[in-house]
Design a protein around this ligand. Structure first.
Ligand code: G3I
Length: 303
């Protein structure tokens, strides 16, 4: 096929998505590309805790509803991002600890997942809960300090609120199978599957940095997680300098794993990127297709 979404759909019903910002939906260059190329969207900031619950138990869904309605009106999937995260907490939650924070987190997950019930394909239930470096432990945060079970509580709460949504754990720096952080997430997912904690998928953000070589064991990472009985997705893909060979490598590795059912790039044009100076995306600032776009499309169709 001739677009990213349609080409991915031909490969076993996969999707090709992008992060979307609500305030850009009035930009016709942006929406033309969005509607033509992408059959899944992830709100870049609009579903985060600070956006949806600016004061405790008072919820604001105006910009997140806008993105969800735009996507669903044209038959695109929505990945919800993110219910429980140490970052982007509203000030009232960032200052909380202990039982009060645990209860606030449970209420947040319940309210937001209930509001969007039936409209979300997959939720990033918990985002970035593991530490960087070689320790293989949890990240210290106010949520972690409420008790090690906070992650499974978030997943059980989300399942109760929206039983039809697939529930994912999402993190970065988990591409390399030999990395301690990757192994630590793997052991958590293995434990959740063994104990019946509801988890359906694992998201690999894949913010790739060319200071290191392309992770030759990336496919091993994806297939190892898939073998635990979860779907895997690439959820926030962007690559420093948008090197075409890296982009086609990611697509080819995903296509090689049956349970790798979707890829999302973290923005449309380079100018939309959180790391715009590294020109990491598939379209330039004017909305023209880059060489990386062509390598992705070719890999989707021939890989
Ligand atoms: O909306 C406010 C605006 O009112 C204010 O004037 C301005 C001043 O700084 O800030 C605006 O908010 C910014 C927001 O993006 C919207 O543009 C925040 O400061 C800024 O921190 C926020 O950055 C986002 C970042 O997450 C926050 O953690 C990026 O857009 C977003 O791309 C990035 O995405 C994360 C994923 O959620 C999780 N994985 C890593 C990824 C990249 O950091």
């Amino acid at each position: 096929a001739t677009t990213l979404g349609a080409s991915a759909a031909e490969r076993g019903g996969r999707y090709f998505g992008t992060a979307v910002a609500a305030y850009k939906l009035s930009d016709s260059v942006y929406t033309t590309i969005l509607n033509r190329e992408f059959n899944s969207v992830t709100p870049e900031n609009e579903m985060k805790w600070d956006a949806t619950e600016p004061s405790q138990n008072s919820f604001n869904y105006s910009s997140s509803d806008q993105i969800v309605n735009q996507a669903r009106s044209r038959g695109a999937k929505v990945r919800g991002h993110a219910l429980a995260w140490h970052s982007q907490q509203p000030g009232w939650a960032a200052g909380m600890e202990g039982t009060a924070l645990r209860n606030a987190m449970i209420n947040h997950v319940t309210q937001v997942a209930t509001h969007f019930r039936g409209q979300i394909d997959s939720w990033d239930v918990v985002n970035e809960a593991f530490a960087d470096g070689s320790g293989g432990g949890r990240r210290d945060s106010n949520l972690q300090r409420t008790g090690n079970d906070w992650i499974e509580v978030a997943f059980r709460t989300a399942r109760a609120a929206d039983p039809g949504a697939k529930l994912c754990y999402n993190d970065y720096n988990t591409d390399d199978w030999t990395h301690a952080k990757t192994k630590a997430v793997y052991r958590m997912v293995q434990d959740f599957k063994q104990r019946g904690v509801p988890i359906d998928c694992v998201g690999f953000q894949s913010h790739m940095n060319q200071q290191s070589p392309y992770p030759s064991n990336y496919r091993t990472t994806l297939s190892s997680f898939a073998a635990l009985g979860v779907d895997v997705q690439i959820t926030e893909l962007d690559i420093q300098n948008a090197t075409p060979a890296w982009y086609s490598g990611v697509v080819t590795d995903c296509l090689a794993v049956a349970r790798c059912n979707g890829i999302t790039v973290w923005g449309i044009r380079d100018s939309d990127s959180w790391r715009a100076s590294q020109t990491p995306l598939l379209f330039d600032g004017s909305g023209n297709k880059k060489a990386a776009y062509n390598s992705v499309l070719t890999a989707l169709n021939n890989g």
